[in-house]
Design a binder for this molecule. Structure first.
Ligand code: SF4
Length: 169
């Protein structure tokens, strides 16, 4: 989960999200093309919130312990999904994402992340990596900001120091 902003700055941006105009005031067209570009490539972290873990385990019909042992590794105050040596998420297969309906917030809000939307220049850069941008249905400014806010919230949650840590699952 890549985010360059410290907690205070992130909260500050989050509280003022509705107070300004954006290059996407008239909406953004997006529809995932299932190319797998954001599920493969350079290694990264795929933060999984505590609630996601039980949902994913239930969806796969795995015990939580099996999910943790085979697919996750400790990351921040929870876990991240393991990747293979090429940077491919272990849940990404030829047919697509194996846990698509219960994928973590970091995945479901992509590409509507603050760091991608903070300027038209950044958005154009992401557009070159994500062929879904510019296709499909229009997302209103409000819908986009809802996803941005949700992703920011997850980033902040991931940074909360918890004395329960991952051993409590
Ligand atoms: S890079 Fe874009 S189009 Fe490709 S899988 Fe990710 S969100 Fe979908």
């Amino acid at each position: 989960m890549l985010c360059f902003f410290g907690n205070n700055l992130l909260r500050n941006y989050m509280n003022r999200l509705d107070d300004r105009s954006y290059f996407f005031d008239q909406g953004i067209y997006f529809e995932c093309q299932s190319c797998g570009g954001c599920c493969t490539g350079d290694p990264g972290s795929i933060y999984v919130e505590r609630d996601d873990i039980s949902r994913i385990a239930r969806y796969l019909d795995f015990p939580v312990s099996h999910l943790i042992e085979k697919y996750l590794h400790p990351h921040k105050n929870s876990y991240s999904i393991l990747e293979d040596s090429d940077g491919r998420c272990l849940f990404y297969e030829d047919a697509g994402c194996r846990i698509y309906p219960v994928r973590p917030n970091q995945c479901s809000t992509y590409p509507f992340w603050f760091e991608n939307l903070r300027s038209l220049k950044e958005w154009r850069r992401v557009s070159r990596e994500c062929p879904g941008i510019g296709s499909g249905s229009s997302y209103s400014k409000e819908q986009v900001l809802e996803m941005v806010r949700s992703n920011m919230d997850t980033i902040l949650k991931s940074r909360i120091t918890s004395n329960k840590k991952y051993q409590s699952y």
